[in-house]
Write a protein that binds this ligand. Structure first.
Ligand code: BTX
Length: 323
């Protein structure tokens, strides 16, 4: 690691105390002048450093620059994000996370990038992942669940994101079945859950989360300009990706543990409270048959429940829906 990374890591490890120039110089085996130079570089990069004579240095706030250190700074999770792989540019955090999972990366490992050059949605659709403007994050999970439960994770994550983003922005963020987050009629985020399993064993899950944070509309690819939004477009506010990621990780860890303990029912209730177009009529197609139904909720296996004109409830698995 570079001197810079080592000095930041040292601060991260001593978050609540002041580090004297002498202590830093001894621990990193560099001169006092080198310490002083490094501190000045950190300040230039947007770190707010408090310096007290005879006491030393403490970092008070970090810039909104993603790195393993800035993300772990103040993150009080138990197992989620203990290992963070950060890349300025990558093809896809999802692809990387899958590779790491195969190599044995532990439960709770995270891959995050500032920019993806081949971000993916479902069925290999493209996910535009503009440099520094959004959250492009994949989480490796090793739950003891059965393969049929994988769709529940998408619904769980949708619920978590809707809650966190609504809280952070004060605008209603809704979950559009199965894997999108909407503000009004615009897509602000998407979830991609991938699973490696055989028979009745899940080896690992990779949950991919893409959130448009600070893009202005004109920055979106023309193909999505009329369909997409960002938190900034919706609120006029620029958000710290670090704070958002940390909130998501905190909430994710807690909700994940609840899910493992209590099962899917509490999530079902929360999901339905935040469902896009709940109790509204939509047109859908199954086997090329056109039908009308009112969105009612979800069931345990992840299917969408719609009520038909004759009051019959139907479970939809992969229907084309005209939202
Ligand atoms: P999806 O298949 O539901 O949505 C993909 C569709 O959404 C595209 O075909 C396009 O129309 C539209 N779209 C593409 N990019 C954006 C965008 N930035 N904002 C709004 N709409 C867009 C949704 O798939 C799941 C996306 C998961 C993305 C994460 S990012 C981290 C991880 N790495 C990776 O490669 N994928 C996941």
């Amino acid at each position: 690691a570079s001197t810079r990374d080592r000095i930041i890591a040292l601060f991260v490890a001593n978050e609540d105390t002041y580090l004297s120039g002498q202590a830093i110089s001894e621990q990193l085996n560099i001169s006092r002048t080198a310490v002083w130079k490094q501190i000045n570089i950190l300040k230039k990069d947007g770190y707010q450093v408090d310096a007290i004579p005879n006491k030393g240095y403490r970092i008070i706030s970090t810039p909104d620059k993603l790195s393993e250190n800035t993300l772990q700074w103040g993150l009080d999770t138990k197992w989620l994000g203990k290992t963070i792989h950060h890349y300025p540019t990558i093809d896809s955090t999802q692809t990387k996370a899958n590779a790491l999972a195969y190599e044995g990366a532990p439960h709770g490992t995270i891959v995050v990038a500032d920019k993806q050059e081949a971000g993916r949605g479902r069925m290999n659709r493209q996910w535009f992942s503009d440099n520094n403007q959004g959250i492009w994050l994949s989480i490796i999970l090793r739950p003891s669940v059965l393969p049929f439960q994988a769709p529940q994770f998408t619904l769980l994550v949708g619920t978590i994101l809707a809650e966190v983003l609504t809280k952070e922005t004060d605008v209603a963020v809704k979950i559009k079945w199965p894997n999108d987050l909407f503000i009004g009629n615009y897509k602000v985020a998407g979830i991609l859950t991938e699973m490696q399993a055989e028979q009745d064993t899940v080896h690992h899950l990779v949950v991919g989360i893409g959130i448009n944070v600070n893009q202005t509309r004109t920055r979106f690819d023309t193909s999505i300009q009329t369909k997409a939004t960002s938190l900034r477009e919706a609120t006029g506010t620029i958000y710290s990706r670090i704070i958002l990621i940390q909130q998501i990780l905190r909430s994710f860890e807690a909700e994940y543990e609840n899910f493992i303990k209590q099962g899917f029912n509490p999530i079902k209730t929360k999901w339905e409270q935040r469902a896009y177009k709940l109790n509204e009529w939509v047109t859908y197609y199954t086997n090329n048959q056109k039908a009308e139904g009112k969105i009612k909720g979800i069931q345990e296996d992840g299917a969408l429940l719609v009520e038909r004109i004759d009051k019959q409830i139907t479970a939809l698995y992969s229907a084309e829906i005209d939202w």
